[in-house]
Write a protein that binds this ligand. Structure first.
Ligand code: HEM
Ligand code: HEM
Length: 182
């Protein structure tokens, strides 16, 4: 049998350092993304053959493509290392979200005459953002509904897992169309 994370109750949550750190991390990512979109931070400079913002997309995506199946396998093969693997999962994928957010923001802040054809990349970003949101809601379950009821954790788990195949398809198509065939 595989393990699942313990769902926290509200009082524990406010004393849970990992929850506070993850929440601050996600808010910081939103602020950084806005700063890049508004051109307060420049990510369009070249590092070797590619722009910095492209490197961010490449590194973030490489982590996602490699670590998702690796986590699935390692979690089952080494159940005694589950806690470390889950923490690596949460903070690793959140960091990948930071990197692909910089890539997205770099694209959105391009000058009008070089503006990209928005489409697949935006859909891809929405997929990653929903994966982060459902992972966060499933792990910490911070929302209390009217009458003190909690959201059903398995709804977020189902959404989280079902989006992964879609993410792989759109990401591979994005890489082939924009990078390999461009
Ligand atoms: C989850 C990861 C990624 C997200 C969310 C993302 C998002 C985007 C977005 C929104 C655009 C603007 C055009 C469009 O909407 O399609 C774009 C363009 C681009 N992306 Fe990504 N991307 C990701 C990963 C990657 C990777 C891994 C590569 C390279 C291997 C890459 C290479 C490019 C290139 C070259 C363009 C520019 C296309 C042009 O100039 O028209 N992206 N990306
Ligand atoms: C691109 C981002 C992400 C991808 C591709 C992804 C992928 C996965 C995968 C493959 C599983 C495996 C489930 C299994 O073994 O049956 C999983 C479970 C899970 N993910 Fe994510 N995840 C992402 C982001 C996140 C984030 C940011 C969080 C938390 C903030 C999170 C929290 C969880 C939790 C709590 C589980 C259930 C853990 C378990 O059953 O071992 N995920 N995710």
């Amino acid at each position: 049998m595989t393990q699942s994370p313990k769902i926290e109750d509200k009082e524990n949550l406010l004393r849970n350092k990992a929850f506070l750190l993850e929440t601050i991390y996600i808010i910081t990512i939103i602020i950084v993304t806005i700063l890049v979109v508004l051109d307060f931070v420049d990510t369009g400079f070249f590092l070797g053959p590619y722009r910095f913002s492209h490197w961010m997309g490449i590194i973030g995506s490489a982590f996602i493509l490699v670590f998702a199946p690796l986590y699935y396998i390692l979690k089952r093969r080494f159940p005694q290392r589950y806690k470390i693997l889950l923490n690596l999962h949460i903070f690793g994928f959140t960091t990948a979200f930071l990197l692909v957010s910089i890539h997205l923001a770099g694209q959105l802040s391009r000058p009008l005459q070089f503006y990209p054809d928005l489409g697949g990349g935006v859909a891809l970003y929405i997929l990653v953002a929903i994966l982060v949101a459902t992972g966060y809601l499933y792990r910490y379950n911070p929302i209390t509904l009217k009458g003190g009821k909690k959201l059903q954790p398995h709804t977020n788990r189902m959404l989280h897992l079902s989006l992964i195949s879609g993410l792989y398809i759109v990401l591979i198509v994005h890489i082939v169309l924009n990078f390999l065939l461009a």
